[in-house]
Design a protein around this ligand. Structure first.
Ligand SMILES: [Zn+2]
Length: 232
């Protein structure tokens, strides 16, 4: 690279530095999306190390998943909420990949997840994906895939119904709201396979319950649920 080009790049980096998605300070060499201080402060759950963790308990009696975890605790006003907000609404798709890679490295070191054969991100309704421009969970899935060497599919699980906000609904109306939301296509190509279903934030679990149920009903062999964050 010639010196003029290098100077121009350095100047661009000076004027438009890559900022940490957690605290807004410029990132230094070797840091990706999140600075080392923010990384150090993140509230990791370590759920991948415990079979009866809170995410797994959330699905007891609702969805038969072989493994379930979320990487971070999500609390209102926290750095994790800020990160997820930037991933979902501020086009910070590379942050999704970085979070996914962190998850993938944790899952590689945990029992139960390594046998997964296909990663499926929870799809948005096509209309919503069009207005947002992307599905944040797809980027998390891509990050996990790159760390674990497992392929991603966005064609097997289809969202065919738009849903209204879940948070203020009772458990039964959430269930009603989620019926017939998802369908599986090409079921024969995932029959008996171990599927890893990926979401950004696990809150009530209704979306994962509905999408996981159609996958199980289509004949998959095993289901692992993974989320970037868990809101208690
Ligand atoms: Zn930071």
């Amino acid at each position: 690279m010639n010196i003029v080009k290098q100077l121009a790049l350095d100047l661009t980096a000076l004027l438009y530095p890559n900022l940490c998605n957690g605290c807004g300070t410029p990132l230094v060499q070797g840091e990706k999306q999140i600075c080392i201080k923010c990384l150090h402060d993140l509230p990791f759950t370590d759920f991948q190390s415990f079979a009866d963790n809170k995410v797994h308990q959330l699905f007891w009696g609702r969805l038969h998943c072989d493994n379930a975890m979320a990487m971070l605790y999500f609390r209102k006003g926290s750095k994790v909420q800020h990160l997820i907000h930037r991933l979902k609404y501020k086009n910070q798709t590379a942050l999704g990949i970085t979070l996914g890679q962190m998850m993938g490295r944790q899952l590689l070191a945990a029992d139960g997840y390594c046998g997964a054969e296909l990663i499926i991100p929870v799809p948005l309704h096509p209309k919503k994906e069009k207005s947002r421009g992307y599905n944040q969970s797809k980027y998390i899935a891509d990050g996990i895939a790159s760390a674990m060497g497992i392929p991603v599919s966005t064609t097997h699980l289809i969202r065919q119904k738009e849903t209204t906000s879940q948070t203020k609904k009772s458990r039964y109306s959430r269930f009603e709201n989620m019926q017939y939301v998802f369908k599986v296509s090409n079921a024969e190509t995932i029959r008996n396979k171990h599927i890893m279903l990926v979401d950004d934030v696990i809150t009530t679990g209704s979306t994962l319950e509905a999408s996981g149920t159609v996958l199980l009903n289509s004949g998959i062999g095993k289901l692992s649920i993974v989320g970037a964050a868990f809101a208690e």
